[in-house]
Design a protein around this ligand. Structure first.
Ligand code: GLU
Length: 510
């Protein structure tokens, strides 16, 4: 890699919720920037006003924040190369389109939609080998190449609608370089004359993207594989502008594939198989359709980052799968990004989240717990929440499980799991529980360890079995046979509540 300052950009178009492919592109740009002491830039590419979706830009910003991808330059953050939203850079692009026309690399075209449709039909009928507006067809159309200067000027002055098209060179064989894929060959005679600029003053994606990458001194373009077909045009634009010496290096990331079968992961796969495809909840403002996010499902942002990082990247010779953000930032290289697509594995993602929940401190988990408790109508202090998180976290796949696994600490059972009753509630259960109530009543130091010693001693010295006493007791305390160590449950419920629940169980379990 040259010793040029590393400057990368995430350049989403605000056309909807940020899907997982976009998240992964943002993440790889971020990791690459951090690894190389570079800058991570957020640029909003909103030149296509017809696809603009309200709220999408804010959603993108919030998503990056949640995942922990801190941006170095953006409209919010500031920076030397702003504005960072293309609609606010509109005034910049016309001169570049005109430069290309003046230098003979682009031309004005005045074809109406009907004329373009006629061309398409004609080429289709002729079964032409290349069916597009390009080297083979442009001289049959209405543009500055066929009309001549005078007529072109006249049309421009009359205010008719026009576009500026790139003049694709004929019969050039290009060999381009992609950091992930190696050499990419392209034959320009198969490519078309893409529209670069429209008479309403708006550039298209291709022109704005190249001009901005140049002006923002972008060193590496890291983006999804769907942009690979645009690489020849982008290279030719750099060449036509005379900017090849500072052209960024390119890296096209492989697709994220469906968990089952072939093809690109889609929102439908998420709906069908029950996993989110957006980082945060997203409501489509047009259809009102609501999609659940990873955050709201109960994923920790670090777990989400970890699972996304391994979608198409591997750190090389190691079986390690859990990586802190710092480790990812120091290990990441584009050379270790796979060429082929990577299968999305929702079960593995749950596993990641579980690992992170287990590793996260009880105090941090308590924040999630307190929030969920509040939503269920319970005020829980931080200390209590931390203790309970410590007891249940090894059973939690999602942050919400922390509360769901602990609800019974706050609500006495109103019914008892019938399968558990059938299995564990025996004829002698009421009697054994009555006796254990007597034992518990006599314990002053109602702590887990102390109770365990006293109750175990009683069970052992009377030749009773642990299961016969403790399973029915658990049923009475929690309504079902689940949860942490039973003496921890007793300690957390406290003496009075524990005894009350056991006595209620004796009366009510049948
Ligand atoms: N605006 C494009 C997108 O939404 C950016 C492509 C690129 O990174 O060049 O994917």
């Amino acid at each position: 890699m040259s010793n040029r300052e590393v400057r990368v950009r995430f350049a989403p178009s605000p056309t909807g919720g940020l899907h997982l492919g976009g998240v992964r592109t943002a993440l790889f740009n971020y990791l690459f920037a951090r690894k190389n002491n570079g800058k991570f830039i957020l640029r909003i590419e909103d030149t296509d006003q017809t696809r603009f979706v309200p709220g999408a830009e804010e959603y993108i910003i919030k998503s990056l924040e949640w995942i922990g991808l801190d941006v170095d330059e953006s409209d919010l953050k500031g920076g030397e190369y702003g504005p960072y939203k293309q609609s606010n850079r509109k005034h910049l692009y016309r001169q570049y389109a005109e430069q290309l026309v003046n230098d003979g690399f682009a031309y004005y075209a005045f074809d109406t939609p009907e004329e373009l449709e006629d061309m398409r039909k004609k080429l289709e009928a002729e079964k032409a080998s290349v069916q597009s507006y390009g080297p083979a067809t442009r001289m049959t159309m209405k543009n500055s190449l066929t009309l001549g200067n005078e007529k072109t000027q006249e049309l421009l002055n009359s205010g008719v609608q026009y576009v500026v098209r790139f003049k694709m060179p004929e019969n050039e064989k290009l060999v381009l370089k992609d950091i992930i894929r190696g050499e990419i060959s392209a034959d320009t005679s198969l490519l078309d004359d893409k529209v670069l600029f429209k008479s309403d003053g708006m550039p298209t994606y291709h022109l704005a993207n190249i001009v901005d990458d140049h002006l923002m001194k972008i060193s590496h373009v890291i983006r999804g594989e769907e942009w690979l077909p645009s690489l020849p045009l982008h290279y030719l634009l750099y060449r036509s502008f005379g900017w090849l010496d500072t052209m960024p290096e390119f890296a096209h990331l492989p697709l994220i594939l469906k968990p089952d079968g072939k093809g690109k992961l889609s929102k439908r796969d998420g709906d069908r198989l029950g996993f989110p495809v957006f980082p945060l909840d997203w409501t489509d403002p047009k259809t009102g359709e609501h999609s659940k996010g990873y955050k709201e499902t109960g994923y920790l942002p670090q777990a989400f980052m970890n699972m996304m990082a391994l979608l198409g990247w591997n750190p090389g010779n190691t079986t390690q799968e859990i990586f802190t953000k710092e480790e990812l930032c120091s290990l990441f290289t584009l050379e270790h990004v796979n060429k082929s697509g990577s299968k999305f594995d929702p079960e593995k993602n749950k596993w990641f989240n579980k690992q992170y929940i287990e590793q996260t401190s009880n105090e941090i988990l308590a924040e999630y717990f307190i929030e969920d408790a509040k939503n269920a109508g319970f005020e829980v202090n931080k200390e209590k929440a931390s203790v309970l998180c410590g007891l249940v976290k090894d059973r939690a796949h999602f942050t919400h499980d922390l509360w769901l696994q602990s609800e019974y600490f706050f609500k006495a059972p109103t019914e008892y799991n019938s399968a558990n009753v059938k299995k564990f509630w025996k004829e002698d259960s009421p009697e054994l529980l009555s006796k254990s109530v007597e034992i518990l009543k006599g314990i002053d130091d109602f702590t887990s360890k102390n109770m365990e010693n006293i109750v175990s001693e009683w069970i052992n010295s009377n030749g009773l079995s642990f299961g016969k006493v403790l399973n029915p007791m658990r049923l009475a305390l929690a309504g079902e046979c689940k949860g942490p160590h039973i003496f921890d449950i007793l300690e957390q419920l406290g003496k009075q509540e524990s005894i009350k629940r056991i006595e209620d169980g004796i009366k009510n379990i049948k």
